[in-house]
Write a protein that binds this ligand. Structure first.
Ligand SMILES: Cc1cc2nc3c(=O)[nH]c(=O)nc-3n(C[C@H](O)[C@H](O)[C@H](O)COP(=O)(O)OP(=O)(O)OC[C@H]3O[C@@H](n4cnc5c(N)ncnc54)[C@H](O)[C@@H]3O)c2cc1C
Length: 327
């Protein structure tokens, strides 16, 4: 029983940032446990991903390749990972707490009866034993868990909570290839993948949010916010006054009496930063605030602040940020 594994998530030939975050954490932990780090790739041709995984800390890359893994197929993924785990016996397998990672971790835990600690906030080593920490009650209480053998302990970690370590261009990994384990009978037939439309996505699911506050000045200026949101593939949200003024529907309201969001990026446009609003968005990965008042409270929680007129800044940002697939 040795080795810490990270499930490397990827799409369109690119690794998700969170895979690098998890590798960094796995490397730190592997030093304390005196063990190695492996990245697990399920793909229809994942060779191009191996170098980056090595640079970010993987000693070994387990490549499970099959044309049926072009899109996430839970049955094949679970059977393949379970088989490899039984073969190599890792101590810990880390998944991102994304829809794919969480889905896979839960399915594995149930099908193999392996321990799962979701949304871990820390990994400790005490007397050579691995301890996983997760928080409850809005971070008021911490629980410490140890995995019960047999089988690896599974864990999920929220994206954008760790940060990415600087890659080492000289690092190399051993690549081991495995055929996918295809269950004889499958309840699921994956036919394709339809990307979510940020315009109709539930706010709580959105990875990027652009939010309008009263400071945008007029109903017509919602268009500027929407154009910027479209340019960066974001969902649009707002504060309560914007709902009360009838500029956007209540389903778009973030805050105490609205939706709580935790996107990777939250752009607050003309929002003062009242507590009733910030309780619903302060856990966002990166917060960018645009406000004409440099003393606005929102700057107190923003990672990046832009002081100026939002109706002038938004069109300029839209022009600079327009990304090819939205053209
Ligand atoms: C019980 C209760 C529940 C509530 N629940 C919620 C909730 O769920 N969600 C919520 O959002 N609010 C909620 N509120 C309201 C909350 O208290 C604030 O009033 C609200 O969040 C403020 O919205 P705002 O930032 O859009 O507007 P304002 O506070 O009016 O701020 C507008 C900001 O825009 C800036 N600005 C003005 N012109 C420009 C410009 N041209 N360019 C750039 N910046 C500009 C100003 O400097 C200012 O900081 C609740 C209130 C109560 C009492």
């Amino acid at each position: 029983m040795s080795g810490i594994w990270v499930l490397a998530e990827h799409a369109d030939g690119e690794l998700a940032r969170v895979s690098f975050e998890l590798l960094g954490e796995a490397v730190r932990l592997s030093r304390k446990l005196d063990t190695s780090v492996a990245a697990l790739v399920l793909a229809d041709g994942g060779e191009s991903l191996t170098e980056a995984l090595a640079r970010h800390g993987a000693d070994t890359v387990y490549l499970i390749e099959d044309p049926r893994l072009r899109h996430y197929d839970p049955d094949i993924a679970v059977a393949s990972i379970a088989r490899l785990c039984r073969l190599r016996d890792p101590v810990l397998v880390m998944f991102a707490a994304t829809s794919t990672g969480s889905d896979l971790a839960v399915r594995l835990a149930v099908s193999e009866d392996w321990p799962l600690v979701p949304c871990c906030v820390n990994f400790l080593v005490r007397d050579g034993e691995l301890e996983l920490v997760r928080s409850f009650a809005q971070r008021g209480v911490h629980g410490v868990f140890t995995g019960s053998r047999p089988g690896p302990t599974l864990s999920t970690i929220m994206p954008d909570t760790i940060g990415v370590e600087r890659p080492d261009p000289a690092r190399r990994a051993t690549v081991e290839r495995f055929a996918a384990a295809v269950p004889e009978r499958s309840a699921i037939d994956v036919c394709g993948f339809i990307a979510g439309d940020p315009r109709t996505l539930e706010l709580s699911e959105a990875e990027i949010v652009v939010a309008a506050g009263r400071g945008i000045g007029a109903r017509d200026n919602i268009r500027l916010v929407q154009e910027f949101a479209d340019a960066i593939g974001a969902s649009i949200a707002c504060t309560r006054p914007v709902v009360d003024l009838g500029w956007l529907p209540r389903s778009r309201q973030v805050g105490q009496t609205g939706t709580s969001v935790k996107p990777r990026l939250y752009v607050a446009c003309g929002i003062s930063g009242a507590t009733q609003h910030t309780v619903g968005m302060r856990d966002a990965g990166t917060i960018v605030a645009i406000n004409s008042d440099r003393g606005a409270p929102i700057f107190g929680i923003a990672d990046l602040g832009i002081v100026g007129d939002v109706t002038r800044i938004l069109p300029a940002l839209t022009k600079r940020c327009r990304i090819p697939w939205n053209e």
